[in-house]
Design a protein around this ligand. Structure first.
Ligand SMILES: Cc1ncc(COP(=O)(O)O)c(C=O)c1O
Length: 311
């Protein structure tokens, strides 16, 4: 059973959708709202973890992110399952599934869907205080979808970055947490910053031997002469968006399979995408500055994945 954080949470309902200052000077977005696992809403400015929480001081914890639109949280079961799988990899206690569902319900009830119809729900669980005695800290947070992320559904420029180790190696090294969505995303965020500093929007990790892996926050799918292929998930995150695409593929007439994809394959793709829960589907327009065509299968993918605005 997951404890809610020590008595730091305010019992007063959070002011849903108070404005937050935007980072890029565009119109202010509603502020995120937070709920504890007992369903209590907490203002996002209220501290709910201690300064010595291991999630804060060591990134020692797990999280998951689901897309939410007009009260519907996409694939909540899959996200809860992956949160539990990540917790097992980190040898954390089993997440309190009922508590997370309660928190998500509270967030969905409190959100102003008219003002902000689309967002992301984060589920977070840390190992708790370094000095012990608190149990894990756990909460859920609903944030508005960022306009920058929505723009990326039109296309992303991607740079290929060496991840520095082979995929085969990591699968048998549990201390590298292969396949876990851990809170230690510093490297992933650094890769994204590197991409932006070098004129791109996002990155694609590759092993030193040229095996394609995944983006820092996304999964790769390529169109190779009409066949949709995605890197085998050895040591990388199992994407819930990809899982949904696999489920829909036969009905939509899509030929989708895992494959051992290599750097050279990128030179012959007829289209490529980054898939992830919030952005859903982002066609890659450029790889290392070279133009990538838009796949003739783009519209079908957008439709089966339910990209907002897709016909
Ligand atoms: C490293 C990594 N790979 C892949 C994905 C895509 O996973 P999903 O489609 O479940 O969001 C994400 C996003 O969560 C990620 O962070």
């Amino acid at each position: 059973m997951t404890d809610t954080p020590a008595a730091t949470a305010s019992a007063t309902p959070a002011p849903a959708c108070a404005d937050a200052a935007s980072r890029d000077g565009s119109a202010p977005l509603p502020a995120p709202i937070v709920a504890l696992l007992d369903g209590t809403l907490v203002d996002v400015t209220t501290p709910i973890v201690r300064a010595d929480d291991l999630g804060v001081v060591r990134g020692d914890g797990v999280f998951d992110v689901a897309h939410v639109r007009e009260r519907v949280v996409d694939g909540l079961d899959a996200h809860l399952e992956r949160l539990a799988a990540s917790a097992r990899i980190l040898a954390l206690p089993e997440p309190d599934e009922a508590g997370f569902r309660r928190a998500v319900d509270a967030l969905v009830d409190a959100w102003d869907w008219q003002r902000s119809p689309e967002g992301v729900v984060r589920l977070v669980m840390t190992r708790g205080a370094e000095t012990g005695g608190t149990g894990p800290s756990a909460w859920a947070m609903l944030s508005p979808m960022s306009p920058a992320v929505i723009r990326e559904r039109e296309g992303v420029r991607v740079v290929v970055l060496d991840r520095g180790m082979e995929a085969e190696g990591t699968v048998d090294l549990p201390w590298l947490l292969p396949g876990a969505k851990s809170l230690s995303y510093g490297i992933n965020m650094a890769a994204k910053r590197w991409a932006v500093a070098n004129g791109a929007d996002d990155a694609l990790f590759v092993t030193p031997n040229g095996r394609l892996l995944e983006g820092p926050t996304s999964t790769l799918v390529v169109d190779l002469d009409g066949a949709l292929r995605t890197p085998a998930q050895d040591g990388i995150l199992k994407s819930t968006t990809l899982e949904a695409l696999f489920a829909a593929a036969p009905g939509a007439g899509l030929d989708l399979e895992f494959a051992d994809l290599r750097l050279d394959d990128l030179e012959r793709v007829r289209g490529a995408w980054l898939l992830s829960s919030g952005r859903v589907l982002a066609p890659i327009t450029h790889l290392d500055g070279r133009e990538v065509p838009r796949s003739p299968q783009h519209e079908v993918l957008a439709r089966v994945l339910g990209v907002p605005g897709a016909a």
